[in-house]
Write a protein that binds this ligand. Sequence first.
Ligand code: CP
Length: 353
Amino acid sequence: MERTREMTSIGADWDKFYSAEISSKTPFFSRDGRLYDCLFAQQLNRELLERLFKTAGDLREITQKKEGADFVSSLLSHKRGMLYFVQPSTRTFLSFLNACHILGIKTSEIRDTSTSSEVKGETPEDTVRTFSSYVDLIIMRHPAPGFVEKTAWLMNRTGRPVPIINGGSGKDQHPTQALLDMYTLYRSFNGSVDGRKIVMVGDLKRGRTVRSLSYLMKNYKNISLAFVSPKEFKMEPDILEFLNKHSISFIETEDFGSVMGDADAIYMTRIQDEHDKTGESKKVDYSPFYFKKEHLKILKKNCVIMHPLPRRHEIEPAVDEDPRAMYWRQERNGMWARAALIAHIFGVDSKIR
Ligand code: CP
């Protein structure tokens, strides 16, 4: 890995490293002009996004036929991957697992610390380092913000680093969700994301998907965002500062109806009550932030309705039948986008394209 002298000195101290600007850290997590660790949405620039979208599209097409699927599954058949998901997950886990299998990577998994030696008092850091003795890739979901980054930092300082992919860390980042969300927007608008009006709805304060997706907006021109949430769960100031810094237009409102009719995409999210400290979610009426079947008539003809899922009541199931309901396709897009990312990390994407 090419590292500047400055990076090497920042990289020596975790607290100093953790508090540094993301832009100064990204070289530490790259090699030979490629992502090595995928930890933050800010690592995904437009050129890389479009390269990943092209690879994802090619993967979908090539693997429809057996000989294509066999070719793709030979590309990384010499690699082994670990899925360490100690926070609940259905689609991120399964889409990464199947993305690995599409590329021929053999997988192992831990989904609960009670089944690992952490139950005997081993630290999570030592646990992850142990994985690197056996595998060539670690994909992680962890409840502690910053932990995935810390393990990537630690791993890069050992003699046997392996790439780390963040499958969701605390309430701070979910970069591969942002990748698949942007891939869904890209496919829905035939590659024309510039100038779109995107409405994000729900618990924006504690939702890591909307945070990571907001970071990706800086790659596109003339995006307008509307953040719709109860006043208790407004988007955090650090994201608003980021948007201001990059001259990305946004408004904040509690009136969902006022922005529905003009939206090109509506991104619904659920209340994140797993982060409650004192049952604060129970004190909020969330129903004004639901998308109902009756709202479909207000939407533009080509508006897409998205949701990272899982949902509770935010989108009435009757909406699923509408062609603008994109969330089931969105979750499937995740498998292809994640396979494209893994292929990029291991440098086999050019063989697919
Ligand atoms: N969107 C998402 O992260 O879903 P899971 O929690 O099911 O992985």
